[in-house]
Structure formats: C-alpha cells, structure tokens
Write a protein that binds this ligand. Structure first.
Ligand code: 9YT
Length: 135
C-alpha cells in the first residue's frame, strides 16, 4: 500500500511550479499504478493552452471557478467544484481560472507521467519512450 500526505509531499521534488500552475504528483510512473495522480493548482487569473497529445487526462475541480474551452468545437464549459472533465480525445484545450482565487484540481494521467516531463511549445508532454518500448 502507498500512503502519501499532500502537506508533506508539497515540500519535496514531487511539487513542480510552472507558469500559471503548480502541481504535486502524489503518484508517478515508478509507483506502477498505470496512471499518475496529481493535485494541481491553477493560479488565479491564469489562462493555460494545453494539448496532451500523448496522455489521456481526467480532472476534478475541488475548489475555485473558471472555464475550459474545447478548441475542436469552440465550446466553453464552466468549471466549479464538483465538475469533472476528461480529455478522452487528447483534446486541445484552454483552461482558465477566474481572477481572485486559484482552482484546485485532482488530475489523473494515463499513461502515467514520470515527473521529468516539461511542456513542449505545443502544450504537450512527450510520450514516455521507455513505457512505449516495454509495452
Ligand atoms: C489541471 C491540469 O491541466 N493539470 C495538469 C497537470 C499538471 N500540469 C502536472 O502535474 O503536470
């Protein structure tokens, strides 16, 4: 069994800070769960253009409000506590947190991220070559 405490892990290298967001990866690839699990904070007023071409992602909003735009359809959905979105088509999207308060999200990635990825200019994380080769 794996038990981890966000309050402790936030002080470790599991925490990653980037432009407009920070994230604590409570589960990563090397935990061998088949997915990674992240608690992600979207900074107040941030607008993030993302496209996880190599990962499926599901996100549940726990705190804060904002919106998500599906680039393929042009549709914008309100995000508030209790709302989940799943990028089941590797959907290119824009995620916004309203000004005034950050959004707190619980996120799952399949395949799991290793913790070493950085966003490319295209808003994606690269595919995990080691995982693909072993599949
Ligand atoms: C909400 C969202 O898009 N989370 C992405 C996860 C975060 N960028 C991370 O932990 O890499």
């Amino acid at each position: 069994m794996i038990v981890r405490d966000l309050a402790k892990e936030i002080l470790t290298e599991r925490r990653v800070d980037s432009d407009g967001w920070s994230s604590v990866r409570l589960l990563l690839k090397d935990d061998r769960m088949g997915f990674s699990f992240h608690i992600t904070t979207i900074h107040a007023g941030a607008e993030l253009h993302m496209h996880y071409k190599n990962h499926l992602e599901s996100v549940f909003c726990m705190e804060g409000t904002g919106s998500i735009t599906d680039i393929a359809t042009g549709e914008t959905h309100t995000i508030r506590p209790g709302v989940m979105y799943a990028l089941n088509k590797n959907d290119k999207h824009i995620l916004r947190a309203d000004a005034g308060a950050p959004m707190m999200m619980a996120c799952v990635f399949n395949p799991p991220v290793t913790g070493k990825e950085v966003h490319g200019a295209d808003g994606a994380y690269p595919a995990d070559a080691a995982l693909e080769n072993s599949a």
